[in-house]
Design a protein around this ligand. Structure first.
Ligand SMILES: Cc1cc2nc3c(=O)[nH]c(=O)nc-3n(C[C@H](O)[C@H](O)[C@H](O)COP(=O)(O)OP(=O)(O)OC[C@H]3O[C@@H](n4cnc5c(N)ncnc54)[C@H](O)[C@@H]3O)c2cc1C
Length: 512
């Protein structure tokens, strides 16, 4: 009997999963083989433990849900996908007819796909199906291939693009497709695979148990958690969603819990594909249908449209992740890589408590509020440290539990001031915010800073964002002497900001 492989890659879920649905509906295969392939050494080299943990939890959850629904386990393999597919294709035991996976334009995925395509070129009977609209609202490939396509740079461009693709209904809502239900139909599972791929089998539960026990990672991976969070933060919070304005959300998390975001906290689930963006879009729409609601760019739909914009741009723009030959990036003369500056920033030892709290949160949990990301990326690049945005991008890529190639690069381009969609390069964030800052910090009790920078926990709120200004008796009283127990600011923020703006301006002038 012909076998169809469901190659789970960036959609670790059963709901609204077109890869799964298309494979089950295909008449070219009678049995199925559900696979996930990871490369452990690569994973460990390029990611921190929070991300790996999130992935393992997501795989365990997918396995349990798949088993409950279709009566068989997800097979997780460790190795290079090209070796594994070669093995499967060369085996006499298995009659492979097709492979289904999600469309992706991430460089690693494309490389794996190209390897697979060259193997398949020798086996013309096996078909590879790259399924679109799995992790995006639009068919990205189709959008960028349209004759009159222009890369979107603003929310207005995105609204135009959406209006063309999804004409609005009588209530003014885009006609985005309904999320797909978990299929009711099934096919028998191909049972003899372990004989072929026994050398690659990976025990996720065992590997998860080997990870550090006392990690502060906050988000538990998996579709089940995603659905619970979606219900808790979106579906049951109609008023909050209708009034949602991203720039107004608080960057220092919930006052009662320094680990719980004020925003949805759904980004890790979207990035790993535990949650479909379509499901979030539609749950948001349900809230909107009950009354007045905010609009893009600030609204929740606006956030998903930014996400879509970066998915489209990352496909359309060559060298999206570089400052060379990238039409969305001005090649500014950034400073030479400075190891010590980078380390102080990455470790949260800059002497700027807000920046340090954010970077320590990132390190411990893998997450940071959007405005915190604004502040630390501005600080690293055009604001204070004059380091290349690609350096910061790499740290985020390794540590963010929601790291997403399209979004991470897009937002670093935005924040470093080099893209056409960037904020004006001369508008800097003050790394020592007060209660009135657009970074929206909780400054009265400053619990967030006290939690993440415990050296300062006994400081009066008045000085906690700029503790080096506290008179010596106050420092002594708080048992934290600046320069001894907590660093002096690593730079004079005002002096370097002025210098950096001048450098940016001069560098821009050479590009004209
Ligand atoms: C320098 C920098 C790097 C970033 N890197 C990433 C990244 O690697 N992965 C990532 O998911 N987000 C990234 N973001 C965007 C944004 O900060 C996060 O998506 C958001 O903070 C996640 O929290 P949330 O799920 O509570 O967001 P919500 O406000 O609840 O938004 C819902 C969803 O909309 C999408 N979204 C929101 N803001 C943006 C945005 N600016 N761009 C694109 N999509 C958005 C996300 O998928 C998010 O989960 C980055 C932002 C900056 C400034």
């Amino acid at each position: 009997m012909n076998v169809g492989i469901i190659w789970f890659r960036n959609a670790l879920r059963l709901n609204d999963n077109r890869v799964l649905v298309e494979c089950l509906n295909s008449t070219n295969s009678q049995t199925i083989l559900p696979l996930y392939i990871l490369d452990k050494s690569d994973l460990e080299q390029n990611n921190n433990e929070n991300k790996i943990k999130f992935l393992y939890e997501s795989l365990i959850d997918l396995d349990a849900n798949f088993k409950a629904k279709f009566g068989s386990n997800l097979i997780v393999l460790n190795g290079k996908s090209k070796d594994i597919f070669r093995k499967l294709l060369d085996s006499d035991l298995l009659d492979l007819s097709e492979i289904f996976t999600d469309y992706s334009n991430k460089p690693d995925d494309i490389e794996n796909e190209n390897n697979l395509k060259s193997i398949l070129a020798e086996n013309a009977s096996v078909k590879l199906h790259l399924i679109s609209k799995v992790n995006s609202l639009t068919n990205v490939q189709e959008v960028v291939s349209q004759e009159n396509f222009k890369p979107p740079k603003t929310m207005k461009d995105m609204e135009k693009l959406f209006s063309n693709l999804y004409p609005k209904d009588e209530d003014g809502f885009y006609s985005i497709d309904k999320p797909l239900e978990i299929p009711e139909n099934s096919k028998p599972i191909y049972e003899n695979s372990s004989e072929i791929i026994k050398d690659y089998l990976f025990d996720v539960k065992k590997e998860l148990s080997l990870l550090e026990k006392d990690s502060k990672s906050y988000f538990k991976g998996g579709e089940s958690e995603a659905i619970i969070r979606l219900e808790r933060k979106v579906s049951s919070e109609e008023e909050y969603i209708r009034n949602f304005r991203k720039p107004r959300t608080i960057s220092t998390n919930k006052p009662e819990n320094p680990l719980e975001p004020e925003t949805t906290g759904l980004s890790p689930y979207l990035s790993f594909g535990c949650l479909s963006p379509r499901l979030l879009w539609k749950e948001t729409e349900k809230c909107y249908r009950n009354g007045e609601h905010t609009q893009p760019p600030e609204s929740m739909h606006g956030q998903l449209m930014f996400r879509e914009m970066f998915y489209i741009l990352s496909r359309a723009v060559e060298n999206w992740d570089s400052d060379t030959n990238n039409s969305m990036c001005k090649k500014i003369e950034w400073g030479d890589f400075d190891k010590s500056k980078m380390e102080l920033w990455e470790k949260g030892q800059t002497g700027f408590p807000y920046i340090d709290a954010m970077m320590r949160q990132l390190d411990a949990t893998g997450w940071m509020h959007h405005l915190g990301r604004h502040a630390v990326s501005c600080f690293l690049t055009r604001g204070q440290l004059w380091q290349h945005w690609e350096q910061g991008r790499d740290v985020f890529d390794r540590k963010l539990v929601d790291a997403d190639w399209a979004l991470n690069n897009g937002n670093w381009l935005w924040l470093s001031g080099v893209a056409p969609f960037s904020m004006p390069y001369f508008r800097l964030y003050n790394p020592c915010p007060d209660g009135k800052s657009s970074l929206n910090v909780e400054a009265k009790n400053a619990e967030f800073v006290r939690y993440w920078v415990p050296e300062l926990k006994d400081y009066p709120s008045k000085y906690i964002f700029e503790p080096h200004l506290a008179p010596t008796p106050i420092q002594e009283n708080a048992r934290c002497i600046i320069g001894k127990d907590y660093p002096e600011p690593m730079v004079d923020r005002k002096v370097v900001a002025k210098e950096n703006l001048a450098k940016f301006k001069a560098s821009l002038a050479t590009l004209k």
